[in-house]
Design a protein around this ligand. Sequence first.
Ligand SMILES: Nc1ncnc2c1ncn2[C@@H]1O[C@H](COP(=O)(O)OP(=O)(O)OP(=O)(O)O)[C@@H](O)[C@H]1O
Ligand SMILES: Nc1ccn([C@@H]2O[C@H](COP(=O)(O)O)[C@@H](O)[C@H]2O)c(=O)n1
Ligand SMILES: [Mg+2]
Length: 255
Amino acid sequence: MWRQLRLLSPFVAPLKSSFRQVPYTWSLMETFSADTANMAEEKSFSRMKNLFLAFVLGGPGSGKGTQCERIVETYGFTHLSAGDLLRREIASNSEHGAAILDIIKEGKIVPSNVTVKLIQRELESSESSRFLIDGFPRSDENRIAFEQIIGREPDLVLFFDCPEEEMVKRVLSRNQGRVDDNIETIKKRLTVFQELNLPVVNYYAEKGKLHKVSAVGTVDEIFERVQQIFSNYKCLLDQSSDENFPVMSTALHKQ
Ligand SMILES: Nc1ncnc2c1ncn2[C@@H]1O[C@H](COP(=O)(O)OP(=O)(O)OP(=O)(O)O)[C@@H](O)[C@H]1O
Ligand SMILES: Nc1ccn([C@@H]2O[C@H](COP(=O)(O)O)[C@@H](O)[C@H]2O)c(=O)n1
Ligand SMILES: [Mg+2]
């Protein structure tokens, strides 16, 4: 708003003396301001509509991040890990940083508007046209907030299905210094996974968008399963073709 006022100051100055014109000036400025906001919203809406969005779900340690790395290398997606975005907020001492840290330590879910706004910022500021949104949505509330704020649904949802024992083993041997990689927090995260994440998985299964991938086996074996799935999305992916990454089509033609 103040930026708008500054921009309009040359027009406002000659009117200063005329008291009766002030309300008119204000309403003019508010109209300009509202127009600018509407234009930004329309621009964002039209960008969001044309993106290829894949949600990547799975329990803690199921291998989401590992497989996302492979998908990025092969298909040129941009990887947005909701957990990484939240950890970045903590590291940058931002407004919500301390509260986010407490929630992550407890293995709970951060309020959806915080996470969706972080994702929105990345989607809007990137030049990429295809995104993997990893570890999101973690609850129905997450999913609904995304639909409301971003205004659309994903094109596909990958779900890495992994036995609990294997997930615990992988998390405990991850060694990346994460505050939530300890047995107490893992137990809580597994409960949250059962109670809040799985309903989202079921929601997308009912909508026919879910692709369940067995997360048992080597990284290569699992990635082969992922490639099978992506081969069915060739047309849709080509529509979101990224001039900077023509490898997408090549990789899919190799199938
Ligand atoms: N197929 C696999 N076999 C054995 N170890 C694996 C496999 N895939 C990933 N890992 C290892 O398991 C650990 C967890 O993997 P990753 O970080 O990809 O999981 P994640 O689903 O992203 O977990 P989180 O939700 O906690 O972020 C990592 O140390 C990773 O190297
Ligand atoms: N949609 C999300 C995603 C993550 N969190 C919190 O971050 C923790 C770590 O997430 P990873 O995907 O890196 O495992 C997770 O346990 C949650 O506390 C969230 O709140 N919402
Ligand atoms: Mg991860």
